[in-house]
Design a protein around this ligand. Sequence first.
Ligand code: NAP
Length: 254
Amino acid sequence: MDLPPVGLGTMGIDDPGAVETAVDVGYRHLDTAQIYGNEAVVGEGIAASDTPREELTIATKLWVDSLAAGDVAPAAAASLDRLGLGSVDLLYVHRPRGDYDPERTLPALDGLVDDGLVEGVGLSNFEPDQLERAREVLDAPVAAHQVEFHPYFGNRELLADARDHGYPLVAYSPLIGGEAFDDPVLTEIAAAHDTSPAAVAIAWALAHENVVTIPKASSEEHLRANLAARSLELSSAEIERIDDIDRERELYPE
Ligand SMILES: NC(=O)c1ccc[n+]([C@@H]2O[C@H](COP(=O)([O-])OP(=O)(O)OC[C@H]3O[C@@H](n4cnc5c(N)ncnc54)[C@H](OP(=O)(O)O)[C@@H]3O)[C@@H](O)[C@H]2O)c1
């Protein structure tokens, strides 16, 4: 799936105005999930913006208790209802646990694609062997894999899988959930470019092949700054320096 380099992560956003502002300032990929409890908020924000629905990529995720074969279609229908949409562009398996069973869950997701309710099937927080099994079972190609990816957690193996199999890796928590602002290396590189450590963290993520990202932001200032990070170009020496600060710090371990 062709995804814009910077989308909006909406976990924690409970104001439709923030979503509307995001769309108005240029975000075209919005990422929510059943478990965030804000699909209705995201739907309201989309409805309030002037941007036509077809210009937006809307993604949501089925939580681990909605992954039994018979639960997938009703859970997806409930998400569409809350979003106020007839279809979503991406429907993810949020985590491969709980009721997840590749042989049962994934054919149910293929069924939603066949019915036109979902454009692409996404996976999130999968390990390489789980990705391989999913590829074997799914009729639909893997549209995207959403994983934690930031300067403290490089996830090299999953990056290589995305590159080898040609799907986008959607980097979540690209600002290390806020820790990026205190990092000395990011701060120093930001000063050299007269920008913020947030912009440097986003530009670093985007410097990797097949990577797009979804920073969460609520204020117009942060929303605009994160989108503007698309045009920040880091040198290969700077990218390597940031690669080297990886400390296997995972914010969302299993
Ligand atoms: N698939 C999964 O299992 C999974 C897990 C975790 C997250 N995610 C997705 O990834 C998205 C992003 O991850 P995240 O929410 O963990 O964290 P993040 O994007 O790494 O960081 C968000 C934090 O940074 C602040 N911020 C944003 N832009 C800023 C800027 N330019 N300057 C200063 N502060 C800034 C935000 O504050 P303000 O809100 O005040 O702007 C917020 O506190 C989530 O919203 C969600 O969609 C997915």
